[in-house]
Design a protein around this ligand. Structure first.
Ligand SMILES: [Mg+2]
Length: 399
């Protein structure tokens, strides 16, 4: 079997998605997600101009060799653009291999380790009544665990929520404001109120979006212990992995990190020193199913669990790959699931299901996702940025 074509499809049914389609001489095709939110076209060029020409004529079954060829062969390693491009190739080749085998991908990853995949959903509100309403809405949808994000008194927007995600190129990214001291004072009261309203059993998560220093994160983790969070996410920027030692020394609140990571090396200290409880990378930004599976196996040695990043900007192709992996690995923790618009579902018909808050990849051979290119063509690329964040004196801060 030979690869005869590898092409990139960009579509924007509500938000931009970049999809790689690999075609073989035997008519079997595979899909991979290469969406890098806000920097989509960089990955398109990387795939179209530098990767696709290398794939034509090669054997699609040689997944590991192709991965190493693209990773080591480029000389330049790591980075989100490179790893999103390699991820798309890796996932498309797994899709082809599983289709040829006539099996859903999870079967090639060792088979199911569970019956279904537990998810968490997002609830956000500017104030407590709005947040409570959002939590009730997620519970009504069946979500068994919920991430709570809240407005902070004195700030204009609910932080960490993509309210400005689709701002047009002409005006640039939306600008949000931030006050760490106000946030640290406010959040424990919010968690207490949510606990009082919804009881002790509901797993609650919270995302600090990299906005704290290690000592601020340590204090927050300690302040939130009475409210028994499932995890505190991205409490401090983890380029400085050693910073997590300070956080860990001071709190038993579980810690989750990694949605902006794209290599196992980003996790080395965090995992070997057991400074975190969940690894949060996505299939799409971590180089594909192959390296993410290796990360989970590495993390398992230290009793750390998986929690694949799954916001709306992971396409149904990337989401399907995640769900197959979630079903197969032993140290699965939880899957973030934000769902997609109806238009996105029409562009990417898929076999995976979301039922009573749990996902299942379905039993179609391969990933179980198609790309309707005619439907995709009706939604051309739309320039869009993630928001940026500034302190009240104008200094740029983490978003
Ligand atoms: Mg996050």
């Amino acid at each position: 079997m030979k690869i005869v074509d590898a092409r990139v499809v960009v579509t924007s049914p509500g938000r931009n998605f970049v999809t790689l389609r690999i075609e073989t001489d035997e008519g079997v095709t595979g899909l991979g997600d290469a969406t890098l939110n806000g920097r989509e076209l960089a990955v398109v060029a990387y795939l179209r101009d530098h990767v696709a020409p290398l794939l034509v004529g090669t054997d699609p079954h040689r997944i590991e060799d192709t991965w190493q060829y693209l990773y080591r062969g480029a000389y330049w390693r790591r980075g989100p653009v490179t790893m999103a491009a390699i991820a798309a190739v890796d996932v498309a080749l797994w899709d082809i291999k599983a289709k040829v085998a006539g099996l859903p991908l999870y079967q090639l990853l060792g088979g199911a380790s569970r019956e279904r995949v537990r998810t968490y959903g997002h609830a956000s509100g500017r104030d407590l009544p709005e947040l409570f309403d959002a939590v009730r809405a997620r519970l009504a949808e069946g979500y068994p665990a919920i991430r709570i994000q809240t407005g902070v008194p004195g700030l204009k927007l609910v932080y960490g929520v993509r309210s400005g995600a689709l701002s047009a190129r002409s005006v640039g990214p939306a600008v949000e404001d931030w006050d760490t001291a106000a946030y640290l004072r406010h959040l424990p009261a919010v968690c207490e109120a949510v606990r009082n309203e919804f009881g002790p059993d509901l797993p609650l998560l919270h995302d600090a979006h990299h906005r704290l220093t290690p000592s601020q994160a340590a204090r927050l983790g300690k302040d939130l212990e009475p409210y028994d969070l499932f995890w505190l996410e991205d409490c401090t920027p983890a380029e400085n992995q050693e910073g997590l030692r300070l956080v860990r020394r001071h709190t038993t609140t579980p810690l989750a990190i990694g949605e902006v990571f794209n290599s196992v090396f980003d996790y080395q200290t965090l995992v070997t020193e057991q400074l975190i409880d969940y690894v949060r990378s996505s299939v799409t930004h971590f180089g594909g199913v192959s390296p993410l599976r290796r990360l989970f196996d590495f993390a398992a040695l230290y009793q750390i669990k998986s929690a694949v990043h799954g916001p709306e900007d992971i396409s149904p192709v990337g989401m399907a790959a995640a769900i197959h992996l979630d079903l197969a690995v032993h140290n699965f923790g939880i899957q973030e699931y934000a769902g997609h618009t109806e238009a996105t579902g029409a562009v990417f018909p898929h076999a995976y299901t979301f039922t009573d808050g749990y996902l299942h990849p379905g039993e179609e051979p391969g990933l179980g996702v198609e790309l309707d290119e005619e439907a995709a063509a009706a939604y051309p690329y739309e320039p869009a940025y993630l928001p940026v964040n500034r302190l009240q004196d104008g200094t740029v801060h983490d978003w």
